[in-house]
Structure formats: structure tokens, C-alpha cells
Design a protein around this ligand. Sequence first.
Ligand SMILES: Cc1cc2nc3c(=O)[nH]c(=O)nc-3n(C[C@H](O)[C@H](O)[C@H](O)COP(=O)(O)O)c2cc1C
Length: 160
Amino acid sequence: MKSLVVYYSRTGNTQIIAEEIAKRLKGKVEKIIDKKNRNGFLNFLKAGRDGFLKKSTETQKHTNNPYDFDLLIIGTPVWAGKITPAIRVYLNQLKKDKLKHIAFLCTKSSGRTNKVFSEMEDITKEPVAVLDVNEKEIKNKSYKKKIEEFLYKIKQEISY
Ligand SMILES: Cc1cc2nc3c(=O)[nH]c(=O)nc-3n(C[C@H](O)[C@H](O)[C@H](O)COP(=O)(O)O)c2cc1C
């Protein structure tokens, strides 16, 4: 099975999970770059506002063709209870009829993620699996078990 993990990460948490999943699936991984400066306290506040208001942004052109893959996994941090602008831009330009299978992952500090996943599904299609990981689970590495479960679910849904 050919798989591609596409993610946005401001401070590296989502990147850790995305890269580990890609490695386990022997797939490709691609980071989406937001052209807006998201560093520093003021930009952190602006990021929260952009997340809350479901703002768009400009991103660098992505390199992989998502339709070349059997499975596309999309990863985003949670911002103000929502998906990040960079990932919203990526999701919005996908042609869902051309996608084979999709799965979602998000990282967060705490809190619920059902709205995040439901927005991702509304824009694209029903995921074969979802994974949410919080900061504590990243620090103590308990995310590894969650990744196992996520990959098991994917294997059940897609025969490869
Ligand atoms: C602007 C902003 C808003 C955030 N809002 C939330 C939130 O609503 N709920 C939550 O659980 N975490 C929230 N977080 C925490 C991030 O989702 C969490 O730290 C995530 O793992 C960061 O991923 P990254 O390191 O890949 O950027 C927010 C972080 C930022 C920067």
C-alpha cells in the first residue's frame, strides 16, 4: 500500500507523530509550510484568532500528488478547537472523488477533538481511522501505543 502523510506543525509535536506513522507504513511524508510567520507571542495570538475564525492562509506549493497514494493521512495541531489554516487550505483543494482512502491525526494540549475530525471529514470524506494525541502523551511516549491501534484500524479497513 502506498501511503502519504501530509501535516502541518508549528512546534514539532504533529511532526513527531506524522514521521513515526510514515516510517511505520514505509510511506512518504510531506510538511505543509504556512507562509505566515507563526513565531513569537504576538503571532501565537494571531494564530489562535486565525484558527478560531477558520481563516485561510498562503502555503508553499506541495510536492506530492495525493491521488498517487492508496492512503492519505492528514495531520494537524488543534488551534482554538479547530484545524489549522494551512491544513484547511490543503484539504479544500483536494478532489475528494479522486482520493482512495483518508485518515486523520491531530495533536492538542487537552480537550475534545470530535469537531476537528468532523470538519476534516466534511471537507473530504469519511476517514478509515482517526488518531488524537495530547502533549502529555508525546512527552511520556505513550503515543506509541495509540499509533499501533491507529495502524491496526487502518489495516482492518484497507487490505494491503
Ligand atoms: C494558536 C494555538 C491555539 C491552540 N489551541 C488549542 C486548543 O484549542 N485546544 C488544545 O487542546 N490545544 C490547543 N493548542 C495546543 C496545540 O494544539 C498543541 O500544542 C499541538 O500539539 C501543537 O502541535 P505542533 O507542535 O505540531 O505545532 C493550541 C496551540 C496554538 C499555537
